[in-house]
Design a protein around this ligand. Sequence first.
Ligand SMILES: *[C@@H]1O[C@H](CO)[C@@H](O)[C@H](O)[C@H]1NC(C)=O
Ligand SMILES: *[C@@H]1O[C@H](CO)[C@@H](O)[C@H](O)[C@H]1NC(C)=O
Ligand SMILES: *[C@@H]1O[C@H](CO)[C@@H](O)[C@H](O)[C@H]1NC(C)=O
Ligand SMILES: *[C@@H]1O[C@H](CO)[C@@H](O)[C@H](O)[C@H]1NC(C)=O
Length: 415
Amino acid sequence: MPIKRNEFRMDQRMIRQILLILYFLLSYNRVEGQKTLSKLEDAELEKQLKILNKSAIKTVKTKYGDTYDCVDFYKQRAFDNPLLKDHNFHPKMKPTLSTIKKDSTFSSTTNRSWTIWSKDGGCPFGTIPVKRMTKDDLVRLTHMPPPEDVTFTDEYDVSNNNSRPNGRYVSSQGYKVAIAQISYNPHNKFAGAGMSSALYNPQVNGQQHSGSRLKIHKGSDILQAGWRVDPTLYGDTKTRFFIHFQAGKIHCFNTLCPGFVQVNHDFPLDYSFMHIISQRGGKIWSVEVHIDRDLSGNWWLLMRQDFTRIGFWPQSLFTDLKSFATNVDWGGVVYSPPGVPKPPMGSSYFPIENSSYDAYCDDLTIINEKGETIEVDTTVTHTDNPYKVEFIQLSHGAKQIYFVLYGGPGESTHV
Ligand SMILES: *[C@@H]1O[C@H](CO)[C@@H](O)[C@H](O)[C@H]1NC(C)=O
Ligand SMILES: *[C@@H]1O[C@H](CO)[C@@H](O)[C@H](O)[C@H]1NC(C)=O
Ligand SMILES: *[C@@H]1O[C@H](CO)[C@@H](O)[C@H](O)[C@H]1NC(C)=O
Ligand SMILES: *[C@@H]1O[C@H](CO)[C@@H](O)[C@H](O)[C@H]1NC(C)=O
């Protein structure tokens, strides 16, 4: 479906507005330093805050010190996107999948380890929890590095018959990955993928970040979900959930730009996992995520073994991901700015082939174009120095399970 003209123009206007705001913010950082904002800059920030700051029906607190506004479903950030202007989405929406999946959405209180709300409970049905943004948050976010570029050289090099996918993943400036991926083939058709990732809290500073993710993509459209420690994004060094989407030139984390439609009233997208961080050699906790394309072409984010619905990226956001994905990968990713040592990844140690000690992704699945879930038993690994990755079968109780083991201390001296 071609993009309608007026929608395109509105997008252009939105981008210009964002660029203007970024200009003000950047010049503030460069010139003004610690000084107060000028009246004009302050006005721009207030304007941006008003866009991000939706009116709250209720304000709720977690046991771990986070505060969220419960925002009416229909007032969520996604619906600021002109592409979603005439939507008929509602908070009871479910993915229309060709295979039935268990779904215990909105009963997450049945599992106490996932309940984060303090005594007064979370957000009511029909609302979603949204982190309230402050001016400091906006200023900090201008220091976000550009997104990780995903380049598979063989995508652009079909003429070379001998090209092996291994080593052809090109990491972009400042980013280092240790991943397993499905061997690239332009005819791949994936309707989704899943994984479970062990939760760790690698130590990062300043503009560094370190995390683990499931990533699916086609062309210039990319979807990611996982956990990360990212002080620039979050303002702290907690291990938190994240999603990231890129549709052509528009990209952002969580709901910092309009795109992801959240339906779950119980799960904040920046969920803190600090109460369930794995102990190396001890108890291992993990988070399970699935990204599934439903029959109407929306890409759903589902979590845990019971496929709890979190929300979805509507099909209308995308060009390449209007249809199926061609690439899927799993593993660790870190970032450090030029000249800054590389941070630890995963458990902060190199894998020793024991899942009680190693950071890992397991339960790797892909969904084929018929909607069938397939366990992944073959991948191509890619790692950047100074990290390691292994795709390996280990015994887990009576079963043999495939693991992506990844990680390393980076260039940090205190591990
Ligand atoms: C954000 O919203 C809250 C109410 O939901 C309001 O009290 C506050 O003034 C708003 N802040 C800005 C900067 O708009
Ligand atoms: C609750 O979640 C934890 C972690 O995912 C899991 O180990 C446990 O079995 C779950 N308990 C129930 C009752 O589902
Ligand atoms: C690639 O393989 C095809 C068919 O085997 C062949 O016709 C073509 O010449 C090869 N191209 C290159 C660049 O080797
Ligand atoms: C992995 O570590 C655990 C905990 O120390 C130990 O019980 C287990 O035997 C180890 N597994 C292997 C294969 O070495």
